[in-house]
Design a protein around this ligand. Structure first.
Ligand code: PEP
Length: 247
């Protein structure tokens, strides 16, 4: 059976390291549907532990960021090559919290994307999103996509995931309407299919998804999956979300 939904758990920096092992063990014992690909993204220091605990599970490992180069004098950064060697398969790039608090620009995200794509087997999850509800999402999304994807070519075996994450909906409890999600996804997919084969890109949604509202997303055909922040730290809620998007 082929996987038809991607569900990314972004633990951000919310979980104390001391509490990571029990939660990882809970996740590794969950029997997720084979039609869902779960990607768990803990913080950097939790990755080795996660790699070890999840090695027999179907959950794939993701990182929340990566350096803009594979090696060199980049104090505080983590090489995408080392992430791959640790068992990481996906890298979130351009998350709105990094754009906001660390002033990450589209140009920097573009460099990071290139560094990630240079490592065989790594798949980037590029986050884009408008800040103010209803304020020209097309212009903002296209600017972010054009900047991040500048000069990027995908080899036939490569693919990219783009997460549409309206900033006004992240961690705020404000929920998008189906038509807002559909419009943004169609815009993003349209942009991507001008550059890559349709099968090389998938578009997922993120922003205040929880156990209660997750069922809203299952009928929106253009949504290839979800990126879940806060609610992904509760294994029961996360499982409910994974089930709801399939029903
Ligand atoms: C996120 O971390 O990208 C996110 C969508 O967070 P939340 O689900 O908490 O809004």
């Amino acid at each position: 059976m082929s996987t038809n939904k991607i569900i990314v758990a972004n633990w951000k920096m919310k979980l104390p390291y001391k509490k990571a092992a029990p939660l990882l063990k809970k996740f590794s014992s969950i029997k997720f549907s084979p039609t869902v690909q779960v990607i768990l993204c803990p913080d950097f220091i939790t990755l080795p532990l996660a790699s070890n605990i999840l090695k027999k599970s179907k959950i794939k490992l993701g990182a929340q960021d990566a350096a803009l180069a594979d090696r060199g004098a980049y104090t505080g950064e983590v090489s995408p090559v080392d992430l791959k060697d640790l068992g990481v398969a996906y890298i979130i790039l351009g998350h709105s919290e990094r754009r906001e608090y660390l002033a990450e620009s589209d140009a920097l995200i573009n460099q990071k994307l290139k560094a990630v794509l240079a490592v065989k087997g790594l798949i980037p999850i590029l986050c884009v999103g408008d800040k103010v509800r209803g304020k020209n999402p097309k212009t903002i999304l296209f600017k972010q996509l054009a900047g991040a994807l500048k000069d990027i070519k995908l080899a036939p075996s490569q693919s990219i995931i783009v997460a549409y994450e309206p900033v006004w909906a992240i961690g705020t409890g404000r929920v998008v309407t189906n038509s807002e999600v559909t419009l943004a996804h169609l815009l993003i997919k349209g942009f991507l299919t001008k550059r890559f084969k349709p099968s090389q890109s998938r578009v997922i949604y993120g922003g205040s998804v929880d156990a209660k509202n997750s069922a809203n997303f299952r009928d929106i055909l253009v949504v290839n999956g979800l990126l879940v922040g806060g609610s992904s730290l509760n294994s029961k809620d996360f499982l409910t979300i994974c089930r709801n998007v399939l029903k």
